[in-house]
Design a protein around this ligand. Structure first.
Ligand SMILES: [Zn+2]
Length: 269
């Protein structure tokens, strides 16, 4: 049997995710658009901006970001190449702890302030328990990263969203190129500051890209968790069974056309 781990949940073929940095007040304008059109976002927050008298009170932040993911962006947004690993460790852990206090769940993802990363920075954030970290290096393609601690996005929202969407939808999914992920990132304040790229354009894009056939709209950590589960499948020597050691169902294609759900802990086909 030919077994391919080339599907997202429920057998969907592609994924779209949004990623916004800094917990800026303009997230109040952006998030209702995502909610209206069914998009899931990850919001990488500097928790120095959350609390009484800051961008959001704890209660406002909990309400606003409900249904989306909150993720680390360091406590105070330092330039990471200018600080020591011990300071970076403190910045990440302080942010993580404060966000967990506000939102009530374990915060496991991150984006790099100013997009700075190198091997030392990656090692430090891994040591802090971060499972993925987004860079600012747009690739213009839809490949999933091998290494999620250097997860390069498809494009900034100032990029050619419509051209990329067309390519994304036309992207053939085959043995070489599967599980495409259209990853858009930015800062919500850019919608406020740059009138050539206002919120209206983002809303128009969301209208066009909503409810697409066979697309999974997910947060960054949902994609990380699912792809990790898919990559952890264990196939028997004769390819008769697939064992799923993870806590998530994983969908596979068998003999090119049969879609099979392998439930958590199941040894099936
Ligand atoms: Zn930032």
């Amino acid at each position: 049997m030919i077994i391919r781990t080339n599907l997202y949940p429920e057998g969907r073929k592609k994924a779209i995710t949004m990623s916004y940095d800094d917990a800026h007040p303009f997230d109040r304008e952006l998030i209702p658009i995502f909610n209206t059109y069914g998009f899931k976002g990850t919001f990488h927050a500097n928790s120095m901006h959350i609390g009484e008298g800051k961008n959001y009170t704890d209660a406002e932040a909990r309400e606003l970001y409900k249904g989306h993911e909150i993720s680390v962006h360091t406590y105070s947004h330092p330039a990471l190449i200018d600080i020591l690993p011990a300071e970076l460790h403190d910045e990440v852990m302080r942010d993580k702890a404060r966000l967990e206090e506000v939102f009530g769940y374990t915060v496991r993802g991150m984006s790099y302030p100013y997009g700075h990363f190198d091997n030392r920075i990656v090692d430090t954030v891994r040591f802090c328990g971060m499972k993925y970290a987004r860079t600012t290096r747009s690739t213009g393609d839809f490949r999933l990263p091998e290494e999620f601690l250097t997860w390069h996005p498809t494009t900034h929202h100032n990029g050619d969203l419509y051209g990329l969407l067309e390519r994304f939808m036309e992207q053939r999914v085959d043995r070489v190129y599967n599980m495409p992920c259209f990853y858009i990132w930015g800062h919500s304040y850019e919608f406020d500051a740059d009138h050539n790229n206002d919120l209206y354009k983002m809303e128009e894009f969301c209208k066009k890209a909503q409810h697409l056939d066979s697309v999974w709209y997910a947060t960054n950590i949902e994609i990380y968790d699912y792809v990790s589960a898919a990559r952890s499948l264990e196939i028997s020597a004769e390819r008769k069974y697939v064992f799923n050691p993870s806590r998530l169902s994983v969908w596979v294609t068998v003999n090119n056309d049969r879609v099979v759900e392998i439930k958590p802990g199941e040894n099936a086909l």
